[in-house]
Design a binder for this molecule. Sequence first.
Ligand code: AMP
Ligand code: GLY
Length: 437
Amino acid sequence: MNILLLGSGGREHAMACNIAASSRCTRLFVAPGNAGTASMPKCRNINIQPTDFEAIHSFVVSEDVRMVVVGPEAPLVEGIADYFQSCSDLRQVMVIGPGREGARLEGSKDFAKDFMQRHGIPTAAHRTFTAQTLDEGCAFLATLKAPYVLKADGLAAGKGVLILDSLDEAQRELKEMLVGAKFGDASVKVVVEEYLSGVELSVFVLTDGRHYKLLPAAKDYKRIGEGDTGLNTGGMGSVSPVPFADKEFMHKVEERIVAPTVKGLHQDGIPYKGFIFVGLMAVGDARTGNLDPYVIEYNVRMGDPETESVFPRLKSDVVELFEHVWRGTLRQASVDVDPRAAACVMMVADGYPGHYAKGSVITGLDRVEGSAVFHAGTRLADNKQVLTNGGRVLCVTSLAESMPAALLKSYQEVEKIQWDGCYYRHDIGQDLLKLMI
Ligand code: AMP
Ligand code: GLY
């Protein structure tokens, strides 16, 4: 069948590799894609934005597309799955991604917190405030201990969470968010929550709304600087599996979080066919293994750059898994995972996540051997040179028998790739290796 994948990042390039490898896939279109997806066999980029539902509609009909896989959250939050259901000529098309209601798990922090409370899912204690209840919010902050966590309710391009050390600053920022519209409409409501201290990890679930399958867990590295310092980014690298997320810990995650989440969606009458990405804090002592999982956030899509270390480990045919998701038969499927470790190192443009240049010529890609290069912000010039075209430019993922070996291999290959003003972190995975000693 013909398949359309929406998105243009490293996540989509990694997904495209698995999708195109399926015998069920005849042609794969990526909207809009990048230089990586442009050069894959079976694959063609199309110049359509993932939220342009009408353009997607015409394309799906004219190219006989039978499955649409949604990479980023924006089309989901804007209701692409509902749009397909509302059009008689699109209703049969398999859309992998939840409808607008399910996407609120990511689109509204307040909705997600209510959902967790209602279904007894462990998460930080919280309260939600509006401009009308600003004084109560400031008083509530005064009852908490530092650091203070403020979260804009809506999508704020990954910037809507503030963690502040002083009460004064937290109260000032709360006012800025609620009254000063610091994040526009996204901060009309603000969630104030208890700070959780621990190690973060990302757990991925594929669900048909009744049944679910766990995909490999991963850890991403969000800050620009080594030792997790400096500004937040989209993600500077990832590893999978996560060594401390052993059988016992994952059992707790499944029992306390994943199963109640899928059951909760069903009980609330929210159909959900797609990915759930649970951002977790493992609270406790990682050295003794006495850890308890708490939900930091839900996302309704795969993570980026976690996908770049999770998808290369998936041995099952993902298109078949998606067909099970659509039909509601996921229980019959099995997810086979490569036991090897994957390590992904993201290469970014100097200056990112602030101002950075685009259009630098990337060299050395042809020298990479035995590792995958997933493109994120790249484009093909007319002369076929690959140019930088974003902050996160590309990442290198390697599979090896151990995490240290996978990291070593990725760093060896990263050194072969160059452009003017290229930067990457040298310490991906190092925190986990320390925990393992
Ligand atoms: P979010 O957008 O909800 O993922 O939050 C962004 C980042 O803020 C998370 O990845 C965590 O590192 C941090 N964070 C969010 N909520 C909390 C919390 N309650 N306690 C500690 N850190 C948090
Ligand atoms: N890696 C975090 C995210 O995709 O939101």
